[in-house]
Design a protein around this ligand. Structure first.
Ligand code: FMN
Length: 425
């Protein structure tokens, strides 16, 4: 099986197999400290038992003023020895069976909802340019955009320098705690994705105006993180495929990825979607197809949301270690994706929230036949009242947001010492 083969990243980090638990915000670190805590450790100990090739943590926010959600972990709240002790315990829990773990670092930019972060009611969100979120043309969509997120403030150069410093501080904290690396969240419409995209970055200074300048903030973070850590510390990045939410052309995206690769990354994770267009939350099992030994390319493409984009990136950057996340549910689909050369690693999020030991128990378990090695999940539907409201006044984020809340609830069950609800079809 290709999926069970070891891989070594450019920094020297050895992953025992190709299955990566993708980042999922746990929503378990309450204000005011937003520190890792005992419940989170319990959840991560479950994944540590699972036989994964690598764990990616849920997104850790780098700015205490701007969180992605009110219960996110925060990296820079304090660097006191008590806090660092908690971080070390977290790193040890994840890696107690040797599974390398990488912390995902994020700044939400304009996607920080009201109440998530230490800021005044009238303090605006930050973004490369003052471009408001657009959830559709309904009245409710307008209200959500204006009241929950508001019109962002275009960042000054000082704001940008501070954000870079905050990412570096987060990387340093992760490094000192014993994590094996960091992944910069440059996907799903958060701050770094906002900089990369011409739709949200209208700047004409050093940080906008051309594809290269739009990538400048990312390049500076990568170089500074490398300086602040070590050559064997893993630096990855999660980026969106070319889609309507980024508005980038393929040529511009390839140019940006070229610069990012040159700056020195150890892996590139491909995803897609944003709050305005939550493709990453699509539910592949709403229309399941039965896997067969001869998995056709079209079936694999349907199962793996972003594989064809990854194949284009592979053609341009043959040596980059690629993770594709989104939609994988069957061993056969995973094998076919690896075989196609489109990716080296398979990212799995929702299946990992339902079955934390999925690699050991199913995908890598040679006693389970290929045809049976799958994890089909029941689609999560909005409760009737919201679904009616969404039909009446569509808000693009609603369905995807509800799916995330459902799966974060499964992680929270793990934190309470319970099993996740087995929501397999
Ligand atoms: C509860 C939940 C929280 C998530 N949080 C994050 C996150 O913090 N960072 C991130 O990059 N993606 C996040 N995602 C997206 C996943 O990493 C993944 O890209 C997406 O769910 C598609 O993969 P899947 O089909 O295997 O679930 C989250 C998804 C879920 C369900």
């Amino acid at each position: 099986m290709l999926v069970s083969q070891e891989i070594v990243l450019p920094c020297g980090l050895r992953l025992p197999n190709r299955l990566v638990k993708a980042a999922m915000a746990e929503s378990m670190a309450p204000a005011p400290t937003h520190e890792p805590n005992g419940k989170m450790l319990l959840a991560y100990k479950e994944w540590a038992e699972g036989g994964w090739g690598m764990l990616l943590t849920g997104n850790v926010q780098v700015s205490e003023k701007y969180l992605g959600g009110p219960m996110d972990v925060l990296s820079s709240s304090s660097s006191s020895s008590d806090v660092q002790k908690l971080w070390k315990e977290w790193a040890s829990a994840c890696q107690e069976n040797g599974t390398p773990t990488v912390v995902q670092l994020n700044h939400p930019g304009r996607q920080s909802p009201l109440g998530a972060g230490k800021r005044g009611f009238f303090t605006k969100n930050l973004a490369p340019s003052a471009v408001k979120l657009n959830f559709g043309s309904s009245l409710l969509a307008g209200v959500v955009s204006s009241l929950i997120f508001g019109a962002p403030k275009a960042m000054t150069e000082d704001d940008i320098s501070l954000a870079i410093d905050q990412f570096v501080a987060g990387a340093r904290q992760s490094f000192e705690a014993g994590f094996k690396g960091v992944e910069l969240h440059g996907a799903h419409g958060y701050l770094l994705a906002q900089f990369l995209s011409p739709k949200t970055n209208l700047r004409t200074d050093d940080f906008g105006g051309t594809p290269a300048k739009r990538a400048e903030i990312v390049l500076r973070i990568i170089r500074r993180v490398r300086q602040a850590t070590s050559k064997d510390f893993c630096i990855g990045i999660k980026l969106n495929s070319v889609d309507a939410s980024s508005n980038n052309s393929m040529a511009d995206t390839i140019q940006q990825i070229g610069l990012i690769v040159e700056a020195g990354i150890d892996f590139l994770e491909i995803s897609g979607g944003s709050y305005e267009d939550p493709k990453m939350a699509a539910q592949p099992d709403a229309n399941p197809s039965t896997p067969t030994k001869e998995v056709k390319q079209s079936t694999v493409q349907r199962e793996a949301f972003f594989l064809s984009f990854a194949q284009t990136i592979r053609a341009n950057f043959p040596k980059v270690v690629l993770i594709v996340s989104g939609g994988f549910r069957t061993r056969l689909g995973m094998e076919a994706a690896l075989e196609s050369g489109g990716c080296d690693l398979i990212g799995l999020a929702r299946p990992a929230a339902v079955l934390p030991r999925l690699p050991k128990e199913i995908i890598l378990n040679e006693n389970i036949k290929d045809e049976d090695a799958s994890v089909r999940l029941k689609p999560v539907f909005l409760p009737k009242v919201y679904s009616y409201l969404n039909w009446l006044m569509p808000v693009k984020i609603m369905g995807g947001g509800y799916t995330s809340v459902y799966y974060a609830g499964q992680i929270q069950r793990m934190g309470d010492g319970l099993k996740p609800v087995d929501a397999r079809l």
